[in-house]
Design a protein around this ligand. Structure first.
Ligand code: PRP
Length: 208
């Protein structure tokens, strides 16, 4: 049995599609479906919150997981990154009000709002800039507009949220995409099964 931790929605749909192409499972889930565990043949899938996927994999509850690089960096888990799946491409950026340009670099104690406090702190520490990190859980763009922060560290995909709120990305910290990850112990005990999935995915990605 090979267990995957996935996040529900677009990402899980893509993985089911790829596994179907490999003739390993045939699963489709619609919006009404509320199951959190799906089993078929030799595969079991947990549908978790995206930020919790590394936790299931790190603890060995799941052998494999599919998760964004942002979550991997933020969570600092003991997991092995096997494959860049190439979808879910976006960037982790420092963003600020349009009229401010890159003047955030000159602020002595910079107030940074973010859903990613570890990534933000590591970045500004590496730049030698003092910060106060303000953790938010969503709608981070509100922070500089309302005066809660000077800038934000957040994901930029199309850039639309920034544009519609008078902000711009100033500095890219990381390029991001979805990654296939594994529990290090599973990698040893289930090497053949995991290799089959990795090689299969690799072949599909090559075709595209
Ligand atoms: C993410 C991210 C940005 C937005 C970027 O938020 O935090 O706000 O998407 O996408 P765009 O560049 O295509 O506009 P999400 O939709 O997850 O909502 P949240 O802010 O409530 O977490």
């Amino acid at each position: 049995m090979l267990t995957f931790a996935l996040s529900k929605g677009r990402l899980a749909d893509k993985i089911f599609k790829m596994l179907k192409e490999l003739n390993l499972v045939d699963i489709t889930i619609d919006e009404e479906d509320r199951r959190l565990i799906i089993e078929q043949g030799e595969f079991r899938f947990f549908l978790a919150k995206p930020s919790d996927v590394p936790t299931f994999v790190d603890n060995g509850v799941a052998d494999l997981g599919v998760v964004g690089k942002d979550t991997i960096i933020e969570e600092h888990r003991d997991i092995a990154e096997l494959l860049d799946l190439g979808f879910g491409k976006c960037r982790m950026c420092v963003c600020a009000p349009k009229e401010d340009g890159d003047s955030y670099k000159n602020i002595v104690n910079l107030r940074v709002a973010t859903k990613y406090p570890n990534i933000a702190k590591a970045y500004f520490d590496s730049m030698g800039q003092n910060t106060t990190i303000i953790k938010l859980n969503g709608s981070v763009e509100l922070a500089p507009i309302t005066g809660l922060s000077d800038c934000i560290v957040d994901i930029v995909e199309s850039g639309r949220t920034l544009r519609e709120n008078g902000l711009q990305d100033v500095t890219t910290i990381h390029d991001l995409s979805a990654r296939l990850v594994a529990n290090p112990a599973s990698l040893k005990t289930k090497y053949d099964e995991i290799s089959a999935v990795v090689e299969g995915f690799r072949a599909i990605l090559k075709e595209k």
